[in-house]
Structures are given as C-alpha cells and as structure tokens.
Design a protein around this ligand. Structure first.
Ligand SMILES: [Zn+2]
Length: 160
C-alpha cells in the first residue's frame, strides 16, 4: 500500500475544503425541528420557585385556573431553531455523483458538505438554499452517505 506523506494530505484537505468554503459552496440555512424551551414568563411547575403562579418578570399575577398567556400554561414553548452551513449544491442531473439507486425527479438536487457538519445536516427537517439564480427550500431524500477521500464529506440527494 502506498503511503501518502502527511504534508500532501494536508494540502489535499486544504484544497478540497476550499471547494466548499469559497469556490462553490453556498450558505444554506438548516431548519431544525422546534425544540422545547422553558417559558421565561411563567414558573409553573418549577419546584425551585415557590412563587409559581406569577409571571417571573413582574407581570400580572395569574391564578392557577388561568393559564400563562405566553405558553398556554405548559411551562414551555416550542421554538424553531436554525443554523447555517456551507454546501455545494448540484442542480444539473449530469453533475450528480453516483451514490446508488435513487429516483431522480425534476426537483432532485444533490448536496455535498463537510463531514464535520453531517450531524447538523441530519438533524434538519429542511434547508433553505440561496444561490445567484434561485432561492428555494429543499428536503432530504434518500440516505446521506460519506463521500471523498478519508470520508471527509457527505453527499445527499434532496428534493426542491
Ligand atoms: Zn408561560
């Protein structure tokens, strides 16, 4: 087996990363499923706070029969969260990397990202892609797979 010198590997990684970071990658917004956050306006259910039927920030009192107007008395709110990562986005079907059988439709695109971002990518329900020609939301289609030398990247089909 041929050993590749570490210095060459470093050069390769720098060049390959540059394809995503500067040359071809676009900033894509990841939309995660809403996460539960504790309602900051009420302390219902909080053992630590004995003053549990009041708004915590000096708001009006509300009795135990009246629900907190901010969270409906649940004690938490569902808040959407998002993140931004860089992805290379392929719109032209002829540019697609072959990653096994996949039904390719008119709206099928392929994205390549860094493996270091794969967990973020996998967590997102949908992704907003903004390029010079298009602004669109895409959802994942098929299985996300490792791609490239040292599995440094991931590749996935998406549907616009
Ligand atoms: Zn509340």
């Amino acid at each position: 087996m041929v050993q590749i010198p570490e210095s060459m590997m470093q050069k390769y990684r720098a060049i390959a990363d540059d394809f995503i970071d500067s040359n071809f990658g676009v900033n894509c917004t990841l939309y995660y499923p809403p996460t539960r956050v504790e309602c900051s306006e009420c302390t219902e259910g909080s053992i630590a706070n004995a003053d549990s039927n009041r708004f915590s920030h000096g708001g009006p009192n509300f009795s135990s029969q009246t629900s907190c107007v901010h969270c409906g008395g649940n004690g938490y709110k569902e808040e959407p969260t998002e993140d931004i990562i860089k992805l290379r986005v392929y719109f032209s079907h002829k540019d697609f990397i072959s990653i096994g059988n996949h039904q390719i439709n008119d709206g099928t695109i392929q994205v390549i990202g860094k493996m270091s971002d794969v967990q973020k990518f996998e967590r997102a329900d949908k992704i907003k892609i903004v390029t010079e020609n298009l602004e669109s939301t895409a959802v994942k289609a098929g299985k996300t797979q490792p791609h490239g030398f040292e599995d440094r990247y991931f590749v996935s089909f998406m549907e616009l």
